[in-house]
Design a protein around this ligand. Structure first.
Ligand code: SF4
Length: 445
């Protein structure tokens, strides 16, 4: 069935149907009412829906209802806008989305694929559904849109949530520098952050609230659906879920994060369809009390949890000035609890340092790091401060980061304990949390 309110397009589609009458028997509807009547009276193999129907109800709304009526029917969306704006709907609701104008051959191939997709062996569908069913109720927790950024060396897809008029962002990217087959879902844990770090846009936003479990789960599910639908990252199947975007998960949302991890484990993840989740990463400036709780109350999850700690300054006064949320946190106590975590899990805790030229990249800073983290289960990750994040710091280049790496080695670290991260997103500014959307999803068309 073709649903389109434009008489011109219906004529076009009729012409298409005539050319392919040996393959398809076609039905047409110009209004939502007509479409619903046809849907209830037939069992279609595929429905092709224009998104903008000129009524209160859109093609996406219809796709949502029709998917419930018949999960085994192909659904193709048509739009006069860029298809990318709707690609997150693909996978979740629809099998594909095409931009008008469309050639007859492409349309026929898309319809055939959609039908094939929906008639995959029943057993396989049941298996996938069984894996995902515990998580599916969370799927619609957020509204979203997304874009592909295409950073050099990485493919970045960003999603934008909008709930309670609250915009925030998550992203998925591949990290070819470290492991070509690794992709990362960077997720937000809160709106705003209580860390209030001066170099971080999340910290400069007003803290609103921690995200609910369903919002955390939804970011991952939407990422996976988008990931599949966009075909970026194909062949990259090992996923890490990192709470590295907006908010400090350990400070403000530890329990929901851990319950979210438990939900995935309970749903027999690590495999979602073809994706293998390898780890969940809690990224934080460190909260000694909550880290102790993590160790004691969520011990059964520790095999799946990695810790990234954003330290940046080893002099506590300077740290408290630039990262007010750390005030009162002793780095020595923090180190002790991280050490315990490392010993319990048998894995290193990653100490992350944003190199800020002239501020934290002197020999004494490197020595401070060695004094604190030279012994024990720790490795260091370095990255450059995003330009413009702090008025007093100029542009930080990769050479500056390498220079600080050398100072760390001179202070006593071995080179294999230090990694440099160069991929960062566009329009971003980050600390341990990184993302604030510069463009709202409405602007994406
Ligand atoms: S760097 Fe991390 S803790 Fe600090 S404000 Fe940003 S998100 Fe929060």
């Amino acid at each position: 069935m073709f649903v389109d309110n434009s008489p011109l397009w219906i004529n076009n589609l009729k012409e298409f149907a005539e050319s392919y009458q040996e393959k398809f028997e076609a039905f047409f509807a110009k209004t939502v009412e007509e479409a619903n009547a046809q849907m209830l009276g037939h069992r279609f193999s595929c429905v092709v829906l224009d998104i903008h129907l000129g009524e209160d109800v859109s093609g996406i709304d219809l796709a949502r209802w029709y998917r419930e009526i018949n999960p085994y029917m192909g659904i193709v969306l048509l739009t006069s806008h860029a298809r990318e704006a709707y690609s997150m709907a693909i996978g979740a609701l629809a099998d594909d989305c095409l931009s008008k104008p469309i050639g007859f051959t492409a349309l026929a191939a898309t319809i055939e694929n959609a039908i094939k997709n929906r008639t995959m062996p029943h057993k396989l569908r049941v298996a996938r559904f069984a894996t995902l069913q515990k998580l599916l109720p969370h799927m619609n927790a957020v509204k979203y849109s997304h874009r592909i950024c295409g950073e050099a060396g990485s493919g970045i897809m960003e999603g934008y949530l909008a709930k309670d008029d609250m915009e925030l962002a998550w992203d998925i990217y591949k990290d070819a520098e470290v492991d070509e087959f690794r992709s990362i879902v960077g997720m937000a844990s809160c709106r705003g952050c209580v860390g209030y770090c001066k170099f971080c846009k999340s910290g400069r936003r007003t803290f609103k609230r921690p995200l609910e479990i369903s919002e955390l789960v939804a970011q991952i599910l939407h990422s996976l659906h988008g990931y599949q639908a966009m075909g970026v990252f194909q062949g990259f199947k090992r996923l890490e879920i990192n709470s590295s975007d907006e908010g400090d998960v350990v400070f403000s949302n530890l329990d929901n994060f851990c319950r979210m991890v438990a939900l995935f484990l309970d749903a027999k993840i690590p495999t979602i369809g073809e994706y293998l989740i390898r780890k969940f990463i809690a990224t934080t400036i460190g909260h000694v009390g909550n880290l102790k709780r993590l160790i004691n109350e969520y011990r059964e999850l520790l095999d799946w949890l990695w810790l990234y700690i954003s330290v940046n300054f080893t002099a506590e006064e300077t740290r408290a000035f630039y990262m007010p949320g750390t005030r009162g946190t002793s780095l020595v106590h923090l180190k002790d609890v991280l050490w315990e975590f490392g010993e319990l899990t048998g894995r290193n805790v990653t100490i992350s340092d944003i190199v800020m030229k002239g501020l934290n990249d002197r020999p004494e800073d490197a020595e401070g790091y060695f004094k604190l983290f030279g012994q024990g289960p720790f490795d260091i990750k370095l990255m450059a401060l995003q330009e413009g994040s702090l008025a007093e710091v100029g542009r930080v280049t990769i050479e500056d980061v390498i220079h600080f790496q050398e100072l760390l080695i001179q202070a006593g670290f071995t080179a294999d304990r230090i990694r440099i991260r160069t991929i960062i997103g566009r329009d971003r500014d980050y600390g341990c949390g990184r993302v604030v959307p510069e463009k709202r999803w409405e602007e994406l068309g």
